[in-house]
Design a binder for this molecule. Structure first.
Ligand code: ZN
Length: 472
């Protein structure tokens, strides 16, 4: 209680002296550049539009806005000049599958999930995420509270679209997720959670057609969107019902299961069907064409499916972010998979081609990291890794950046204000110590993350979460 009072006092003092949106002392401790009037000089830009890089660019920022971008800008004497020679910039990342939970780090066989209220908001921001959708929650009240604490400046973190708990029927067997028993109950949950403050919905493996219809209708009545990690319903069926977004690329499509029973989820048959499907099949092209026609966005979480052999233990680095028991668990599993993941490789390689084909066909491919599964995916680090994987997938660097910025903003219907580096947009941008226009791995050299015009110290944020992932 005492700490809360101190924080409120600080906010009051700060607000009265500055006149800007106040932030707490804690949040302030991560800020390198307070809100103000800056010109960032001599940057190389990959601006999020997908266009080729721009060189020797100055960005003029006033409070939370980008005022102007160009070569040798003229500006008043009062503006603070920051020389950025040798550095590069991209828009803040807009990623759409960023849970605030992580697998339980305790040893044992049962799979469980822990809320990461303390470490994950910092890690996402450190990794360049300025806006995110959570795409499923185990503690919606916590996610909603964290979002308000970030918005009012009490703690550092990205702006959030908070998603509902996983809406599903019985079957998943994870204690942290719940189940409804009827389509009517599903509809009630949509209305209840919308009233509580969630702004998007996530459906899961065992829902029926009637459930999905009820959920989509109730959400759309409120102008809110629905995404799904499906199994019981095919992508084509979900698109016809009106779902807005599908998660995990084509990894969880049950469209190619032979003799699939309606409303039935069989994950083994589902995976087998994708392994058997030829990479250049007419069936896949038809499905892609159908999804594009129905304007269903597809979220790539390809980083979750990155194979183990000759790959990093924690993709993007970041093993030091893990608590000791989590680290041991992740490392043991990684060792056990070395040389034993040829099927993972096969499906990973096919999926890279399918996801790119969706993009090439005009589909809205968006990005998300999904920090779940076996604990190898860590917030912040995974976001950087996903950009690298898009280049491995065959995208150019400007395209990879666009998928992780403008596409996310487009899906969230916020592309008027975020997603690219352009005058009049909100000053959400990442400053990199290295030149990303030549080498996507420069994404790992994040120096500063500007969110709403304030520049946060990425290293300091990463450091603050060190050793905590898995416990808080
Ligand atoms: Zn997920």
């Amino acid at each position: 209680m005492k700490r809360l009072c101190i924080t409120i006092a600080c906010i009051a003092v700060y607000a009265s002296t500055c006149g800007q949106t106040a932030i707490s002392e804690v949040t302030q401790s991560f800020v390198t550049y307070p809100m103000g009037h800056y010109v960032l000089q001599n940057l190389t830009l990959v601006d999020g539009t997908g266009n080729p890089p721009l060189y020797n660019q100055d960005i003029l920022i006033h409070n939370d806005r980008i005022i102007e971008i160009g070569e040798d800008l003229i500006f008043p004497d009062s503006v603070t000049v920051i020389d950025m020679q040798g550095k590069s910039a991209i828009p803040g990342l807009v990623m759409l599958h960023e849970h605030l939970f992580y697998p339980k780090a305790t040893p044992g066989t049962n799979f469980g999930l822990n809320q990461m209220s303390y470490s994950f908001p910092k890690l996402y921001l450190a990794g360049g995420v300025t806006t995110m959708r959570t795409a499923g929650s185990i503690m919606p009240q916590a996610d909603i509270n964290i979002n308000s604490a970030i918005q009012n400046g009490a703690i550092p973190g990205p702006k959030m679209d908070v998603t509902s708990p996983f809406l599903d029927r019985e079957g998943l067997g994870i204690f942290e997720t719940g189940a409804f028993r009827s389509s009517e109950q599903a509809e009630k949950m949509v209305n209840f959670y919308a009233e509580m403050g969630v702004t998007s919905f996530k459906v899961y493996n065992f829902i029926t057609h009637a459930d999905l219809k009820a959920i989509v209708n109730a959400a759309h009545k409120r102008k809110l969107k629905v995404t799904g990690h499906l199994c019981s319903i095919t992508y084509r069926e979900a698109a016809d019902i009106g779902i807005d977004n599908l998660e995990h690329g084509f990894f969880v499509s049950s469209d190619f299961v032979k003799d699939k029973k309606s409303n039935d989820c069989d994950p083994f048959k589902q995976r087998k069907s994708l392994l058997e499907l030829p990479v250049n099949s007419v069936e896949m092209s038809d499905l892609i064409a159908h999804l594009v026609e129905k304007k269903v966005a597809l979220t790539s979480t390809i980083n979750v499916f990155e194979p183990y052999t000759n790959r990093e233990v924690v993709p993007g680095g970041g093993i030091d972010a893990l608590y000791s028991t989590a680290r041991d668990k992740v490392y043991k599993r990684w060792v056990s998979k070395q040389g034993r993941d040829s099927l993972d490789y096969e499906l990973f390689n096919k999926s890279k081609i399918w996801e790119k084909a969706f993009y090439d066909a005009g589909g809205l491919l968006v990005a998300g990291t999904d920090p779940t599964y076996d604990g190898r995916i860590v917030a912040g680090y995974a976001n950087m890794r996903l950009l690298e994987l898009f280049v491995e997938m065959g995208f150019s660097i400007p395209e990879a950046v666009k998928i992780c910025t403008l596409h996310g903003a487009t899906y969230l219907e916020q592309s008027q204000s975020i997603g690219t580096l352009e005058p009049s947009k909100i000053a959400d941008l990442i400053i990199l110590n290295e030149d990303i226009s030549e080498n996507i791995n420069a994404i790992r050299s994040i120096e500063t993350v500007f969110k709403n015009g304030r520049g946060y110290n990425s290293k300091k944020l990463f450091e603050a979460a060190r050793g905590l992932v898995g416990i808080r």
